[in-house]
Every structure is written in C-alpha cells, then in structure tokens.
Design a protein around this ligand. Sequence first.
Ligand SMILES: [Zn+2]
Length: 349
Amino acid sequence: MSLLKAYFALLFLLCVNVFAKKDVNGDFYVGRNQMIYRTEELSQEKFLAYSPLSNGTHLREAVKNILVPRVVGSAGHTMVRDYIASDLRDLNWNVEIDKFHETVPILGKLHFHNIIARLNPDAERYLVLACHYDSKYFEEFEFLGATDSAVPCAMLLNMAHVLQEALEPFRNSKLSLMFIFFDGEEAFKEWGPNDSIYGARHLAKRWEDDGTINRLDMLVLLDLIGAADPTFYNFFPNTEAWYSRLISLEERLSNADMLDHYISNGISRQYPNRYFQPNTMRSSFVEDDHIPFLKRNVPILHLITLPFPSVWHTKDDNESIIDYLATENIARILRLFIMEYLLSSQHSE
Ligand SMILES: [Zn+2]
C-alpha cells in the first residue's frame, strides 16, 4: 500500500456513501460471465455448527512461523514460503508455486514465488482468498510486518485447519476454494506501477493469457489485519451484495454472543457494527494486489483496515500489536462467509 494513496483514501472517507442496509438474503445478482448468483443465509443448523469452531493454538503457531523478516530473496522468505506450502499440503490442498524473476530497484534481480493453493485442483470456478507473504525492505531497520501481512496469511492457513471437515464436500465440487499468497507486494524503493505488486501483476497477466482468470468468481483480498479494532468498508458496487453478507454475519454472530469482547464501552461507532461498516467508498486510491485483477474485471472484496493501523510500515508492526481477540473475531466472520458463499453459490449457473 502506498502512503499517498492511503492519505487520499482517508480524505475520501469523509465523503463516503452510506448504502441503506437492506436484507440481501435471497437477492439474485449477475456476476462474472453473466452468471446468476444468489446470496443465501446459512441455515441455523449450519450457523450453530460452524460458529463455535476455532483453533487459537494453530493461529498463534502460524503467526510465529510467518512473523520473521521475509524480504524477497532472503532466507526468511524461503522459510515462510516452505512453511505456508507444507502447512496446506499437509491438509491435502494442491499447492503450486508460480515462479518468475524481475529486476527491482535497490536489490537487483530477484526470484519471486506466488503460492497458489487449491482445495480442488480440477474445479471449474473458485472463490479466491488472498494476501501477500513478502515483507517490506527497509534499509534502516528490520521490519516484521505483523499486520502487513503475516496475520492475514496466518488467518488463511488457520481457516483451512478450522474448516477442514466443513470444506470436505468442496474437494470434488465444481465451485471450490483457492488461496493465493502473493509475492512482492511491497515496493523496494518507491510505490509505483513498476515498483509494487510484482506477484499480482505477473499472475493476473499469466491467467489472462491462459484463460484461468475467467474461472475466478471473486477475489477477497486481506491486508493490514491483526491490530485492535479494525474497520472495513465496501469499495465496489458489483460485490456489495457479498459485502452485505459480512455485515449481516457480524451482527448474527454478535447477537448469538459468539464474538469475544465485542461490546466495549470504550468504543463508540457511528454504526452498530464494530468491524464491517455499511459504507461504500470509491476505491481508486487504495492500491493493492487486487488492482491487476480488478483491471481484468474480476469481482473484488478488499478487506483492508481503514484507517491503516498506526504502526503501518514501522518497526512497531510486530507481535506486540497483535490483538488476537479481534483477529479471531474477524476470522470467525470470514469463515462463516466462506461457507455461506460456497453453499449458496454451489448451484448458481
Ligand atoms: Zn506494506
């Protein structure tokens, strides 16, 4: 993420549109390739089955394994890549490493590796969750990037563990789940079109050329998550129906008392929800790994904390700022969202 872009995004926050919260359950809408989708609320039975699931031990272990300096080309980078790949292979996911090289400012020629994990490698369509696993190079200090994006990567791995059984039917389904761990999101010198999102640019182009891009239902990008009290906003009208499901699931979990320390006297928000805000914001200022896919018409949900965590791109973005209660709460909402998406979109044609 670039600071200038973020600054403009914050300015824009002042003039957001609040979309009238509506019950979108059962709404039909036209998605990618003119496919008709239907958002459908999880049945109470499934809601009660999935809501209590969690594995905090694994989440912490995953964070510990990823939270090392992992600048592209470093030993830490290789270690983290191997860890992510093996954690998912152990759960019987299909893991592909998408390798390429490029010459970058300061560090010269580097080898990049996107990690692509598919629950069913033969699926026709995918719901994609993504984050970046590289950490930013700083000459002056060692940067760990807890929120940027060690915690989002750990959340994806944790999701695969926690939902292992629930996801079993999607090992053979036409619609399945894919995770992408992008490499080279960070700029080496200064954020710009040629120095940032190296992995996402490479992969979107490759998949446009071979047609794979048409098989992506939606790309859900996680970034800058892990600190206390994140707030998220909707950016794209064409995914508003799905963003609304995040709002509804937060409410449903809160009403069922399934979110830890959710009600806090210290927090006062303009809206009833603590995390997912019912606003639509113009996104052109918030650049991230979704951009090359957005340009190729892939529907996007960009789940990035706004405003950015105060520790953004400082040495303080380390383990001490991780709020595991908030992170688990967000993870719980996302897990239900994934199940809802997969179950309700399974038969969309
Ligand atoms: Zn960053």
